[in-house]
Ligand binder design. Structure first.
Ligand SMILES: [Zn+2]
Ligand SMILES: [Zn+2]
Length: 151
């Protein structure tokens, strides 16, 4: 069977990508990094193996930081409009996180199987995802976050 292909991109249309096949894992994250990055209530991570994702067009800029667990986190966003399209996290080496909302319609074609960092979830958000965690299984804070990112 031919593997399913999905395309997507940033808000201004200059970054375009394609994915092939199903993600390794996909879910919703209510952590403060995702909330501030998106300016919204949560992030949607759709993780693929590197070779399943191709950038077809556009220029991406990177922003790398260390999260409170001391692990590297790299966001990749459109140089022109600022939409974060991809990220790479040290805990998931070899995988590329695709921002779930950037897929072309049918945007939410993947199954979201987990919900993490529910401790900072917006009170008006309720999902149908069964696997809910207050933080994550591998959360080990060692670096204090600034006040805006605490939670
Ligand atoms: Zn753009
Ligand atoms: Zn998050």
């Amino acid at each position: 069977m031919e593997k399913e292909r999905h395309s997507g991109g940033c808000g201004c249309g200059s970054v375009r990508y394609e994915t092939i096949g199903n993600p390794t894992r996909a879910g919703v994250c209510h952590c403060r990094y995702c909330q501030t990055r998106t300016g919204s209530a949560f992030g949607i991570s759709v993780y693929f193996e590197e070779n399943q994702v191709s950038v077809l067009n556009g220029e991406l800029t990177e922003y790398e930081f260390k999260n409170s667990s001391g692990r590297k986190f790299k966001n990749r966003f459109c140089r022109k409009c600022g939409t974060t399209v991809f990220w790479e996290v040290e805990i998931r080496k070899g995988l590329i996180g695709v921002a779930g909302g950037t897929f072309d319609p049918p945007t939410f074609w993947f199954e979201a199987g987990f919900e993490v960092f529910c401790r900072s979830k917006a009170p008006f958000i309720e999902t149908t995802i069964a696997d809910k965690k207050e933080t994550t299984d591998y959360y080990e804070p060692i670096i204090p976050d600034n006040e805006a990112l605490t939670g």
